[in-house]
Design a binder for this molecule. Structure first.
Ligand code: DGY
Length: 314
């Protein structure tokens, strides 16, 4: 059987099994200089490899770029579309998992879960002490969601179960969020000033790069907790360090960093009022399965010259 050559880095076994024997997965190692690119008919972007115009120019057979994930800030979509190469992603399937993780970070930062775990394992824990590690109550607090897209709405849905008062900031007002979850629209500054928890669920774009920086931390409450589930560069890392180490805000939980991963020895890694997880937003078994299926569906459609079922249009 003649196999179809495709590029994909570090594809996991279940994805390789879904692809089947029909495909030859070429090594990505030296991309964008890999000689294998000359033969590649498709690219699976797995784990956010940069896919830019120069890589595309070295792959004249390329018929489709299929991204495993919804965010495509690592792909030059405009360059692909200019070259007539469709780009697919996996929207929708990861909203619930990412919203679950948003709640997990909110609860963990507010209630000292990580510091508490360390303490409970340490020899210092000798008896129950009602005076230690007293956190903030999530229930009934004010939640500000920046980015009221599909994931933001899933966060709002969960937050209603915690009786939270929800505000949001978004490019456009969202009638569904306002009617279903009683979310009230705010300017960015008003949202930052009012919220006990500020949650970032927006995509990384030129407009959202550095959205939360020194002046924004100055507006926030000193008791506020910031959760970043979006992309690292939405928050300025130096300003985040200042905010957390000088008490401008109380704590942060971040699933994404800038750069990612943070270099060992980075100043943010020294802070106890910061929880960092390694980009786990969509990392649940059911969601990973759906992401892989959608990635493969887009790949098949693109190779057959059909419209992609889940397409990124810009
Ligand atoms: C996404 O879908 O954008 C997540 O970051 C995982 O890739």
């Amino acid at each position: 059987m003649t196999q179809i050559p495709i590029m994909g880095d570090g594809l996991p076994q279940p994805l390789l099994e879904m692809l089947g024997a029909e495909f030859e997965v070429l090594p990505w190692d030296d991309a964008p200089d890999s000689p294998a690119l000359a033969r590649a008919e498709a690219v699976i972007a797995y784990g956010h490899p940069p896919v830019d115009g120069s890589l595309m120019d070295r792959a004249p057979q390329l018929k489709v770029i299929s991204n495993h994930g919804v965010g495509v800030d690592h792909i030059d979509v405009a360059a692909a579309l200019q070259r007539g190469i469709p780009v697919g992603n996996t929207p929708g399937c990861l909203d619930a998992a990412t919203a679950d993780m948003t709640m997990a970070l909110m609860l963990a930062t507010a209630r000292n879960v990580v510091v508490g775990d360390k303490y409970a394992r340490s020899p210092e824990f000798l008896h129950y002490d009602p005076a230690i590690l007293i956190g903030q109550e999530v229930t009934g607090s004010k939640l500000g969601i920046i980015g009221m897209g599909r994931i933001g709405k899933q966060v709002a849905k969960r937050a209603t179960g915690f009786d939270m008062q929800i505000t949001y900031h978004n490019r456009h007002r969202d009638s569904e969020a306002e009617s279903e979850y009683k979310a009230e629209y705010r300017s960015l500054d008003d949202l930052l000033a009012e919220s006990d928890f500020v949650v970032l669920n927006c995509p990384l774009t030129p407009e959202t790069t550095g959205l939360i920086s020194g002046p924004q931390f100055e507006i926030m409450k000193s008791s506020a907790i910031l959760i970043n589930m979006a992309r690292g560069p939405v928050v300025d890392p130096a300003a985040l360090f200042t905010a957390l180490s000088t008490g401008q805000i109380a704590a942060a939980g971040i699933d994404v960093t800038d750069p990612e991963p943070l270099p060992r020895g980075h100043e943010l890694l020294t802070l106890e009022n910061l929880i960092i997880t390694p980009h786990l937003g969509s990392a649940s078994n059911r969601t990973r399965e759906r992401m892989m299926r959608m990635t493969v569906e887009n790949l098949h459609a693109g190779l057959q010259g059909k419209p992609l079922p889940y397409s990124v249009d810009k």
